[in-house]
Design a protein around this ligand. Structure first.
Ligand code: CAA
Length: 692
């Protein structure tokens, strides 16, 4: 037998036809792969010597899904349903042999095989929801028939990659086979199926697992209610649920029709476009034009962290989670003890929810040791300084680090906006200095801004990017400027939110508009959560801002039961008449003239200056590409993924509209709104950020 096409091979191994895909990087279902599969299955069925068929992939993974790069274009070659029909309708048993990941269309192909075997390290899932989609190749109808309705709901609305062992328990995998022995084991399994005369099991005909949910709409209602907060604003989770309802209530073919219709609706909508953009943006951010993929990396086997506060402790957990020992430095024993105790408490909380085992709590805690001596950092490969945001303190620490740390060690600061070149200048090795800006809580938030200073070496950048991936962060390389990318853009929104209050909008009006836009909370609710008194000094407070007045009244946020909002015992927020009066009095005192501020103006005043600032950041070369800015905002600041990010949103609204508004605000309210020359240039040329 033979090579079917450049990505598909068909060979006969005794009485088993083996179809092998080899389409790097992830064997996605491109036109060539689909056509190859279709032809290979047709040929294997016609081959008299073959009694069964094994489908297996070369490279790092089984089929990881449809080829997302082909979405939106014209369909060429065999369609996926044609391929699936060829597999499911095969007259010989088909065994899918899974390693790596069987995701999306990949799992949907495997679900058309009559049997599935997998190595223990494999993972299976339908992650389409994360692309704003649903599994459009029968997955919504087949998965619940295999794993039951409730598991299918959870899997499809989270997109979770289920480990093979769990998949075996769920019935998604028929047999687990030894790592490294997939081909042999799959062939043996196929022969066993033939020898035992097992049936050609078609999932489409198996309805038993659906029975439990028949006539029980309350199962779906309860699921929607329990996840309402998580799904808010997103279309895809709801559409996935509707498909599973169809699987329960309709015959298979009619269920497929519902799936098709809803899939096409999602595919042509703006949410999926934004979410697919986000997928590629995140991967693009890993590519640094002047740092080649093969740049040598510095082995990081031990990490030092200075500061055992919330930030330092959270950062330490990231490394312990992946088995890297950490030494945590503090000045005083009680602060160190508190820091270590908080870390243990955090791990224990995760364990109590089933996230990790009690043994893992002990293992991870054992990896984090404390010290009061900076000298303990003499053998670490990376130090991250996470102390107060004061330049003098940071300079002092870096001077000491320069004397203590071994040559080649990476010296990182977690500053959220200070000048890293100035910090690097106190050392004799500025090439080893970099910013690693974690977001709070650092053990949870996915974003890591990696800040490249003037002299940071390529090795240090490459190491930081790789390390970020290892500890599960989404890294974006940015340049040194006040606030870097994230906080610099946030500053625009915060300033406008405060100004709008002085013009007559109430904090809850502004929060509502931004919440409805898709942010998890608005700036005032966020202040209440964080504490209004961060950076506030009682002795120096003279009622010079609304915040000062609120803090002076001991309205310091959720922790005191009141801030901008009033809170009940369960911390539910209510607009506060007290705050409203404080604001009105303050406006009178400052002689401002309040007016009605529309929701539209709130949105435009908060969001457009962010887009404009993003353009300035690009102009100055502080971000490599517009999509990097969007990755920062999606992963660090709660920008709703279904709206892409500030730059994607700017393109989507239309840059001429954004520019016109900035010009209008500039004329009315001054230079804070001065349009960026890049924005003006793009509009003049009829281009958008995506053209950069
Ligand atoms: N289509 C096209 N390209 C893909 C792809 C896909 N489905 N999945 C991954 N790639 C590309 C990535 O863009 C990346 O390309 P570059 O190297 O050029 O940046 C490369 O493959 C490697 O990807 P990762 O960097 O993500 O590698 P990883 O090892 O960290 O992760 C993975 C591998 C788990 C498969 C991850 O890539 C992933 O989650 N892929 C998406 C899976 C998915 O969503 N599948 C569903 C697709 S939609 C669908 O199938 C609809 C349907 O119902 C028919």
């Amino acid at each position: 037998m033979s090579q079917i096409n450049p990505v598909t091979d068909l060979t006969l191994d005794g009485d088993v036809a083996v179809i092998t895909l080899n389409s790097p990087p992830v064997n996605a279902l491109s036109a060539a792969v689909r056509q190859g599969l279709f032809d290979a299955f047709t040929q294997a069925n016609a081959e008299a010597a073959a009694k069964s068929i094994v489908l297996i992939c070369d490279g790092r993974t089984f089929i990881a899904g449809a080829d997302i790069t082909e979405f939106g274009g014209a369909m060429a070659g065999a369609s996926l349903p044609q391929v699936q029909e060829a597999i499911e309708g095969s007259s010989k048993p088909v065994v899918a042999a899974i390693h790596g990941t069987a995701l999306g269309g990949g799992l949907e192909v495997a679900l058309c095989a009559h049997y599935r075997v997998a190595v223990p390290s494999a993972r299976l899932g339908l992650p389409e929801v994360n692309l704003g989609l649903l599994p459009g190749a029968g997955g919504t109808q087949r998965l619940p028939r295999v794993v039951g309705v409730e598991t299918a709901l959870a899997m499809m609305t989270s997109g979770r990659h289920v480990p093979a062992k769990e998949a075996k328990a769920l019935g998604l995998v028929d047999e687990l086979v030894e790592e490294g022995q997939l081909r042999e084991a799959a062939l043996a399994f196929a022969r066993k199926v033939v020898a035992e005369g097992r049936p050609l099991a078609k999932i489409r005909d198996q309805n038993e697992k659906l029975e439990a949910a028949k006539g029980k709409p309350e199962i779906f209602a309860a699921f929607r209610k329990a996840n309402a907060r998580k799904f808010r604003g997103f279309l895809a989770p709801e559409y996935n649920i509707r498909c599973i309802e169809a699987a329960v209530n309709l015959p298979f073919e009619e269920g497929l029709e519902v799936e098709r219709k809803l899939f096409l609706e999602l595919m042509s909508g703006s949410q999926s476009a934004a979410q697919r953009y986000a997928f590629f943006a995140e991967r693009q951010a890993q590519k640094i034009p002047d740092v080649a993929d093969d740049t040598p990396v510095i082995p990081v086997n031990k990490v030092g962290i200075i500061g055992a506060g919330t930030m330092g402790g959270g950062i330490a957990m990231n490394f312990a989670n992946v088995g890297i020992p950490v030494v945590l430095i503090e000045v005083k024993q009680d602060a160190l003890d508190r820091g270590l105790a908080t870390i243990r408490k955090n791990y224990e909380r995760t364990a109590s929810r089933g996230g990790i085992t009690p043994e893992q709590v002990e293992e991870r805690c054992a990896l984090i040791t404390g010290s009061l001596q900076m000298e303990s950092l003499s053998d670490v490969d990376l130090v991250i300084e996470a102390v107060f945001e004061r330049m003098d303190i940071k300079k002092d620490i870096f001077t000491k680090l320069d004397a203590i740390c071994k040559p080649g060690a990476i010296l990182a600061t977690n500053t959220s906006g200070l000048d890293i070149d100035e910090i690097a200048a106190v050392t004799k090795r500025p090439e080893s200095v970099i910013g690693l800006h974690f977001f709070s809580p650092a053990n949870v938030m996915k974003l890591l801004e990696i800040v490249r200073a003037d002299h940071t070496s390529k090795e240090v950048i490459a190491t930081s990017m790789k390390l970020a991936k290892k500890i599960g962060k989404v890294a974006v390389l940015v340049g040194v400027c006040p606030g870097f990318v994230g906080n610099r853009i946030l500053g625009q929104r915060q300033r406008e939110a405060q100004k709008l209050v002085m013009e007559g909008a109430m904090p809850w009006d502004i929060d509502r508009v931004l919440y409805d836009f898709g942010f998890p909370m608005g700036p005032f609710a966020m202040s209440d959560l964080a504490g209004l008194d961060i950076g506030w000094v009682k002795e120096r407070s003279k009622g010079e801002s609304i915040r000062d007045v609120l803090c002076e009244m001991d309205r310091r946020g959720q922790k005191t039961g009141a801030g901008y909002y009033d809170y009940d015992e369960a911390r539910n927020a209510k607009p506060s008449p007290v705050t409203e009066q404080v604001i009105k009095d303050f406006i009178v005192k400052t002689g401002a003239n309040p007016r009605d501020v529309s929701d539209e103006e709130i949105l435009e005043r908060c969001i457009y200056p962010m887009i404009n600032e993003g353009a300035k950041i690009l102009e100055e070369g502080k971000a490599i590409r517009p999509s990097d800015i969007d990755v920062v905002w999606q992963n660090g600041y709660g920008w709703p993924v279904y709206r892409g990010g500030p730059m994607w949103y700017g393109d989507h609204v239309g840059l001429p509209k954004v520019l016109a508004k900035m010009q209008e605000f500039h004329a009315k309210m001054g230079d804070q709104f001065k349009p960026s020359p890049l924005l003006e240039k793009l509009v003049a040329e009829g281009k958008s950020f995506k053209d950069l």
